[in-house]
Design a protein around this ligand. Structure first.
Ligand SMILES: *[C@@H]1O[C@H](CO)[C@@H](O)[C@H](O)[C@H]1NC(C)=O
Length: 656
C-alpha cells in the first residue's frame, strides 16, 4: 500500500516518469517548505560564532590560559584550516598579535614570577587580543558563501557518521538462527473452477510483467514498457534491481520457481548497497529491506537474511540527528543524511520515519543486535513526549529540535503508513505491544472526529487537515485505510469492532466509486468532494493512475474479513481494466488520465505493481489459508513478515 507520500511528488502526469533527479522531480505539488537549507545553516553558524566569541573571552579571563582559546577556536573552526590560529607561529595575516600574546604566556609558564600588577595588565591585553581575533574570525567566516559553510558542516557530519559506523563492526558475522518453516504457503488450487481460472489469469499477468522486465530492463530498477528499456528512479540512488527484490515474494507464493531462482542468483552476484548517491531511507526500507526479509522468511535462504542486515546497517547513519528522528535522505557511502528540501522547515516526514518499525524489529531479531529496535523505539518515545494538536499527528517533525513542523495531517501521502505500522506493530508483537495498540486507536479516534466526513450522497471519505481547515480531497494512497480499519476491528475498544469493520467497508465503497466514475475504470491519484463533485478528480494533475495497489489492498482485507462476494467482483473489474488499458506489448504502464477515451501512457512499470497490486489480486482469488492474516503481517509494500516470537517475560510484564 502506501508507497510513500513521496511518489505523488515524483509523478506528474505531465512529466510522466517517476524520479529523475531528487531536486528536479520534486517541483509542483505546492509542497515546498521554507527557504533553502543553506540559509538556515548560516543562521545557526552565526549564532555559534557569537557564542564562541563569548566563550573565548570567558576562558581567557578566567583561566589565564591563552592556549585554551586556541583549543576552542580550533574545535569550532576545525574544518577551515585557513582560519585557525597560527599554532606553529607561521607568519601570516593577523598572526602578529597572537604571537605576542603567546610569547608573554610562555614566559610566565617558564616560571618568571613577575609582579601582580603587570600580570593583570598582561591578562587584560590578552583578553582584548583574543576578543579581537574571535571577531576577525567571525567576520571572515561570514564572508564565506553559504555553500562553503554548509560543505564544512557536511564534512564534519560525514566524519562523525563514519566514526559511528566503525563502531558497528560486530555486524560482520551474523549469529546462526533456527529457520522456522513458514506457515500457510502451501498453494492449493481453489475448488471453484471460475475462481481458479481468474487466479491463473493473475499469475499470467505476473509472468507478462516479469518477462518483459527481464527482457528489457534486467538488473535495472524498473521497466519502461513502451520504450522497452530500463527506468531508474532517484529514490533508490544507484541501488539496482528494485523490481527483482520487490517481486521475490510474489514469485514465491505464485510458485514461479525458476523466476525466483534467477532473482536469487542476481541478488547473490549483483545486489550492492555501497552506492555513492542519495537514497530515500523510507523507500529503500519498505522495498529492499522488506523484500529481502520477506524472501528470507518464505524460503529460508541465508543470502536474503545477510543482505537485509547488511542494508539495515547501511541505513543506521540516517538516525544520527539530535532527536534520533531519522533523515529522509541518506548517502549510503558517506553516511550523510538530510531532509527533502521542500519539507516544512527541514522536517522529517511522519509516513517515512514512522514506517521503519516492522522491518527494524525484524532486523534486530535476525541479527541478534538490538540497535535496530532501539532506533525505532526511540522514534516512538519522541512522538509520545510531544503534544498532539487535537490528538492528531502532524506530517512534519523537525529532527534537530524534535518539534512538529507545519500542522498538516493526512491519512494519505506523508502520513499514511505511520498509522498502519502502529496497528501492525501491535499485531506483529503477538498483541503484546500494548503501547502501539493504544497509539493506534487514539490516533484513529482523532482521525474519525476531525478528518472523516460523509458526502451528501452518503459516501464516507477521509479529508486532509491543514492547521484546522479541511481540504475535501482523498488520495488514492488513502484508500489503504479501509483495509486498515477492518484489520484493526478485532482489537477495537469495547463495542467498536463492528463499527470499524463497517468503516472499512464504507471506505472500500468510496474508493470503488472513484474507480467506477472514470472512463478507464481505474481510479485517479486523488478525488474530491467539493464544488459539486463526489469521488472525481477535478484537477488535471490528479487524474493519473500509476498501477497503485491501495484500493485492491483494501478489497483483499475486506474479502478476507467478510467474504462478501462484491469484493471479488470489484477486484475482477480492476483486473479487466488493467488488461484493457495498462497492458502493452512490453509490460504494464501507468496512465496519465483515467477520464480520457484513449490511453496516454506514462511508460513506467512500477516495481510495486509486482510486489503489491498483483500479489493482493492473487490473494483475493486464493483460499484464505494461503498466507493467513493471523500469521503474517504485510509491510506497506506488501512484503511478508511473520509474528515475532515473543519473550514470555515481556508479555507477563505488560499484562500485570
Ligand atoms: C458503475 O458505473 C456504471 C456506469 O458506468 C453504472 O451503471 C453502475 O451502476 C456503477 N456501479 C456502481 C456500483 O456504482
Amino acid at each position: 500500500m502506501p508507497v510513500g507520500g513521496l511518489l505523488p511528488l515524483f509523478s506528474s502526469p505531465a512529466g510522466g516518469s517517476l524520479g529523475g533527479g531528487l531536486g528536479g522531480g520534486l517541483g509542483g505539488g505546492g509542497r515546498k517548505g521554507s527557504g533553502p537549507a543553506a540559509l538556515r545553516l548560516t543562521e545557526k553558524f552565526v549564532l555559534l560564532l557569537v557564542f564562541s566569541a563569548f566563550i573565548t573571552l570567558c576562558f581567557g579571563a578566567i583561566f589565564f590560559l591563552p592556549d585554551s582559546s586556541k583549543l576552542l577556536s580550533g574545535v569550532l573552526f576545525h574544518s577551515s584550516p585557513a582560519l585557525q590560529p597560527a599554532a606553529d607561529h607561521k607568519p601570516g595575516p593577523g598572526a602578529r598579535a597572537e604571537d605576542a600574546a603567546e610569547g608573554r604566556a610562555r614566559r610566565r609558564e617558564e616560571g618568571a614570577p613577575g609582579d601582580p600588577a603587570a600580570a593583570v595588565e598582561d591578562n587584560l591585553a590578552r583578553i582584548r587580543e583574543n576578543h579581537e581575533r574571535a571577531l576577525r574570525e567571525a567576520k571572515e567566516t561570514l564572508q564565506k558563501l553559504p555553500e562553503e559553510i554548509q560543505r564544512d558542516i557536511l564534512l564534519e557530519k560525514e566524519k562523525v557518521a563514519q566514526d559511528q559506523l566503525r563502531d558497528k563492526a560486530p555486524f560482520r558475522g551474523l549469529p546462526p538462527v533456527d529457520f522456522v518453516p513458514p506457515i500457510g504457503v502451501e498453494n492449493r488450487e481453489p475448488a471453484d473452477a471460475a475462481i481458479r481460472e481468474k487466479r491463473a489469469k493473475i499469475k499470467e499477468m505476473m509472468k507478462h510483467a516479469w518477462n518483459n522486465y527481464k527482457g528489457y530492463a534486467w538488473g535495472l530498477n524498473e521497466l519502461k514498457p513502451i520504450s522497452k528499456e530500463g527506468h531508474s528512479s532517484s529514490l533508490f540512488g544507484n541501488i539496482k534491481g528494485a523490481t527483482i527484490v520487490d517481486a521475490l515474494d510474489t514469485l514465491f507464493i505464485m510458485e514461479m520457481k525458476n523466476e525466483f531462482e534467477e532473482a536469487k542468483s542476481w541478488i547473490e552476484e549483483n545486489l550492492d548497497f555501497n552506492v555513492n548517491a542519495e537514497i530515500s531511507v523510507f523507500e529503500v526500507n519498505i522495498r529492499f529491506v522488506g523484500g529481502l526479509l520477506s524472501a528470507y522468511y518464505l524460503s529460508g535462504e541465508e543470502i536474503f537474511r545477510k543482505k537485509a542486515v547488511e542494508l539495515g546497517v547501511k541505513l543506521l547513519p540516517a538516525f544520527h540527528t539530535p532527536s534520533g528522528i531519522p533523515w529522509a535522505l541518506l548517502n549510503m557511502k558517506s553516511g550523510i543524511g538530510r531532509n527533502w528540501p521542500w519539507a516544512s522547515g527541514g522536517s522529517s516526514i511522519l509516513a517515512e520515519f514512522g514506517t521503519l518499525h516492522l522491518e527494524f524489529m525484524h532486523l534486530s531479531h535476525l541479527s541478534g543486535n538490538p540497535i535496530f529496535a532501539e532506533k525505532v523505539m526511540n522514534i516512538r518515545t519522541v512522538l509520545n513526549k510531544l503534544e498532539k494538536p487535537q490528538g492528531l499527528y502532524p506530517n512534519y517533525l523537525n529532527p534537530n529540535s524534535g518539534q512538529w513542523g507545519q500542522h498538516h495531517v493526512s491519512v494519505g501521502g506523508l502520513g499514511d503508513s505511520f498509522y498502519e505500522y502502529l496497528l501492525k506493530a501491535w499485531l506483529m508483537s503477538g498483541k503484546t505491544d500494548l503501547e502501539a495498540k493504544k497509539m493506534y486507536f487514539d490516533a484513529v479516534q482523532a482521525i474519525e472526529t476531525h478528518l472523516i466526513r460523509k458526502s451528501s450522497s452518503g459516501l464516507t471519505y477521509i479529508a486532509e487537515w491543514k492547521g484546522g481547515l479541511l481540504e475535501h480531497k482523498m488520495g488514492h494512497l488513502t484508500c489503504f485505510a479501509g483495509g486498515m480499519f477492518a484489520l484493526g476491528a478485532d482489537g477495537a475498544p469495547e463495542g467498536l469492532a463492528q463499527h470499524y469493520l463497517e468503516l472499512g467497508a464504507e471506505i472500500a465503497r468510496t474508493c470503488h466509486e472513484s474507480y467506477n466514475r472514470t472512463f478507464m475504470k481505474l481510479g485517479p491519484e486523488a478525488f474530491r468532494f467539493d464544488g459539486g463533485v463526489e469521488a472525481i478528480a477535478t484537477r488535471q494533475n490528479e487524474k493519473y493512475y500509476i498501477l497503485r495497489p491501495e484500493v485492491i489492498e483494501t478489497y483483499m482485507y475486506m474479502w478476507r474479513l467478510t467474504h462478501d462476494p462484491k469484493y471479488r467482483k470489484w477486484a475482477w473489474e480492476a483486473v479487466e481494466a488493467l488488461e484493457s488499458h495498462c497492458r502493452v506489448n512490453g509490460g504494464y504502464s501507468g496512465l496519465r488520465d483515467v477520464y480520457l477515451l484513449h490511453e496516454s501512457y506514462d511508460d513506467v512499470q512500477q516495481s510495486f505493481f509486482l510486489a503489491e497490486t498483483l500479489k493482493y489480486l492473487y490473494l483475493i482469488f486464493s483460499d484464505d489459508d494461503l498466507l493467513p492474516l493471523e500469521h503474517w503481517i504485510f509491510n506497506t509494500e506488501a512484503h511478508l513478515l511473520p509474528i515475532l516470537p515473543t519473550d514470555k517475560k515481556e508479555v507477563e510484564l505488560k499484562e500485570e
